[in-house]
Write a protein that binds this ligand. Structure first.
Ligand code: HEM
Length: 396
């Protein structure tokens, strides 16, 4: 049986995973585009799949498989400009690109971002203080990561709304009326110009370092790297703050505990990544050879999603998997993925998350939901679990 995923699923995927898990660690799903995917639900099975070289990501290979198997059904972008990046690549290309970014993404560079993150967070909270109610996503969760990633890469984004539109269009959206091809074209044109400027006048930032590393990355790969870092460094962190705040507001005792004991916040970030992290399913992979998951053989040439959120609440791996406990030993969650594509930005994301929650709770310890939880709406998205808005009252 193939499950069609719609509104109810995106609002509460965990309820579906709980149900499907009873039938085994893998289920067949589709999003209405005519291309079914296998969704792995189990923690151990998902972790094994993420480390399995028979599950591939090369973008040309993926499109060739889909074109052969489901001719005419998949509407991918007309060109791969901007999409030749490491999350769309297998070794040895992936290895080369990952080495280049690891050289540039140094612990020193990340540590230097701490004051930038703190100042930005405090400035945004100051801006909120005049209001009784705000949409926390718009006022805080979204602008903070944009400012941080733009600082890291020294990208001057004048128009945050357009930038947000591009990134939203390019990360797994299933919503109708989104012109992905146009968003991609505009973002690539913007990035080409920016890289040209960095070539002529390099700065101290991470992209200048990558541009200077001439022998390693060609022009298309540089554009792809910039695009990937901007998108991956942004949409995920926005929704860590959004989903995380909601999880704290759903049960006051969780939030009060962190207000009383802010030293718990780094562990709470880890638990929030497990409990309801922003990446619901890892990005699309395809089987180069048949693989076996539980009792199911997935043939070659099939599309596979690894359910990170599902694995993170697998009761075979985590005791009280649906509960929230920042003091439990939960660090082995799948929120940042696993294997060769493990999130390269995890240390930065952890730092941003810790600063975001500590500054927010310190400034507004009485924050509460401004609407009934049933009124919250979620994006239809194949990768990210994301609220559309998070209306909050800042004080009693
Ligand atoms: C809470 C925030 C974040 C979460 C939950 C997250 C999660 C993930 C996950 C699950 C993957 C693997 C996807 C897959 O295997 O299909 C990934 C990869 C990646 N992430 Fe993150 N991420 C976050 C923040 C960031 C930040 C801040 C950056 C950069 C500044 C970043 C850059 C990347 C890159 C470049 C990759 C691709 C790595 C590769 O292909 O080798 N991420 N992330």
């Amino acid at each position: 049986m193939t499950e069609l995923l719609g509104d109810h699923f995106f609002a509460n995927p965990h309820a579906y995973y709980r149900l499907w898990r009873e039938d085994g660690p893998v289920v067949r799903v589709h999003f209405g585009d005519g291309v079914p995917r296998w969704l792995i639900l189990g923690y151990e099975e998902g972790r094994a799949a993420l480390a399995d070289p028979r599950l591939c990501k090369d973008i040309d290979g993926l499109e060739a498989v889909i074109a052969r198997k489901y001719p005419g059904r998949w509407q991918g972008p007309p060109t791969h400009d901007g999409l030749r990046h490491m999350l769309n690549a297998d070794p040895p290309t992936h290895t080369r690109l990952r080495k280049a970014v690891s050289r540039a993404f140094t612990p020193r560079r990340i540590a230097a971002l701490r004051p930038v993150i703190e100042q930005t967070a405090l400035g945004l909270l100051d801006g909120m203080a005049d209001h009784d109610e705000v949409d926390l996503l718009q006022a805080f969760a979204s602008p903070l990561p944009v400012a941080v990633i733009c600082h890291l890469l020294d990208v001057d984004i004048q128009d945050h709304a357009t930038f947000r539109e591009w990134t939203k269009a390019l990360v797994g959206t299933l919503e109708p009326g989104v012109d992905q091809a146009r968003a991609l074209q505009e973002m690539v044109a913007f990035l080409r110009k920016m890289l040209q400027r960095k070539r002529l006048d390099p700065g101290e930032d991470m992209l200048s370092a990558l541009v200077g590393d001439d022998a390693e990355l060609d022009e298309g790969e540089l554009v792809g790297m910039a695009l990937l870092l901007l998108i991956a460094g942004h949409e995920t962190t926005v929704n860590l703050i959004g989903n995380g705040t909601l999880a704290l507001l759903q049960d006051r005792s969780r939030l009060d505990r962190l207000v009383m004991d802010p030293a718990l916040i780094p562990d709470a970030v880890e638990e929030l990544l497990r409990f309801d992290g922003p990446v619901n399913m890892a990005t699309l992979r395809f089987t180069a050879e048949p693989i076996t998951v539980g009792d199911t053989v997935i043939p070659a040439g099939e599309m596979v999603l690894v359910g990170l959120a599902a694995g993170n609440r697998d009761p075979r791996r985590f005791s009280d998997a649906h509960g929230f406990d920042p003091t439990a030993e939960r660090t082995a969650h799948l929120g940042f993925g696993h294997g060769i594509h493990y999130c390269v930005g995890a240390p930065l994301a952890r730092l941003e998350g810790a600063i975001a929650f500590s500054t927010l709770l310190q400034r507004f310890p009485d924050i509460e939901l401004a609407v009934d939880e049933s009124e919250l709406r979620w994006h239809h998205n194949a990768i990210i679990h994301a609220l559309k808005r998070l209306p909050v009252r800042l004080r009693k």
